[in-house]
Design a protein around this ligand. Structure first.
Ligand SMILES: N[C@@H](CCC(=O)N[C@@H](CS)C(=O)NCC(=O)O)C(=O)O
Length: 316
């Protein structure tokens, strides 16, 4: 089933007055009971990168909800193509072939879902939620994909956990929104800034929000919920950015006012997440480091991968 009405905007890096502007995701269909994309086991497939924080959200959610037997996964090579697009290479440790569509690149997958994708010079992003039944992309927006995984889990496919209890949904949405531009996208806005003022603004906003989150987590385990809180999508959306911070963003994206290890509550939050069953297995440090320091040659011309840090960042 070819999609015909996805947004027309090309996914290339876009800048306004030197500020990096992230394009919105093109495929926004939903899984719903009785709908075109019905709830079913072994029908949906995830294309992810272990390097990508947005894709990491979906892999963590799949693990915590116990959906491994119901949703298959393929992993792109951390090393992007020369043209800056994702490819499949099963020779790379931790990466896979495209076991569903047999494509060499993620563009091939997008092209199967949308006529003329390649010609339009759009760049396909991860994560992608693929429907094996209709052979098309359901959705490529991480925050929406993780919510749909919860729908699958609440329909009896998962382990009984929910990461979005209805009574906390508004609080979760507000927390995800508050962290999105400042932190999740903030590190990219810092790193890709093309003027000093764009960089200053992004880094200031980023660390203001990290300061707030450090205070917010005082005496709490999780971002949302009463008393110590409970683990929800809000934590899953924040964690992939925090766990990459000292390893990559401090150096590569010049997010160096402080490190996460300098924030005791944020550091403890990372540890708490890593101690969740199955979570550590979703972290592939070589893919993370390799991808960032290799793929953005405009900000790391000679692709030197820093050796450090010796402590703080989680690499085991
Ligand atoms: N809004 C999207 C963002 C996804 C995204 O930008 N993914 C990056 C990897 S971190 C990507 O695939 N970029 C393709 C490229 O840069 O060519 C989401 O949250 O799912």
């Amino acid at each position: 089933m070819k999609q015909t009405d996805v947004q027309a905007a090309a996914w290339t890096k876009s800048f306004e007055s030197g500020k990096f502007v992230r394009k919105s995701s093109e495929f926004r269909d939903q899984i719903e009971t009785g709908g075109t994309f019905d709830v079913e086991s072994d029908r949906y497939h995830l294309y992810i990168s272990h390097a990508c924080p947005w894709a990491h959200r979906t892999l963590i959610t799949r693990a915590l909800l116990g959906l491994e037997d119901h949703i298959t996964v393929d992993v792109v090579d951390w090393h992007m193509n020369r043209d800056g697009s994702w490819s499949f290479n099963s020779e790379i440790e931790g990466a896979t072939a495209d076991t569903i569509n047999g494509q060499n690149s993620l563009e091939g997958v997008y092209n199967r879902a949308f006529d003329g994708w390649k010609e339009s010079q759009r760049i396909g992003t991860v994560p992608v939620l693929w429907d094996k039944k209709h052979a098309t992309i359901v959705n490529n927006e991480s925050s929406e994909i993780i919510r749909m995984l919860d729908i699958l889990a609440q329909s009896g496919l998962g382990n009984g956990t929910t990461l979005c209890p209805p009574e906390l949904k508004d609080e979760i949405d507000a927390m995800i929104a508050a962290n999105y531009e400042s932190v999740n996208n903030g590190v990219y806005k810092s790193g890709f800034a093309r003027t000093q003022s764009a960089y200053d603004e992004a880094v200031t906003g980023l660390f203001n929000r990290l300061d707030e989150l450090e205070t917010h987590l005082e005496g709490r385990d999780w971002l949302v919920g009463a008393e110590k809180g409970q683990l929800t999508e809000a934590d899953i959306c924040l964690f992939p950015t925090l766990v990459r911070f000292d390893l990559v963003y401090v150096v590569h994206f010049k997010c160096n006012l402080r490190r996460i290890i300098d924030y005791p509550n944020l550091q403890a939050f990372i540890e708490r997440m890593l101690n969740q069953p199955g979570l550590r297995d979703t972290c592939h440090w070589d893919h993370i480091k390799g991808h960032y320091f290799w793929s953005h040659q405009s900000i790391n011309t000679y692709r030197i991968i820093p050796l450090g840090p010796l402590e703080g960042a989680h690499t085991k």
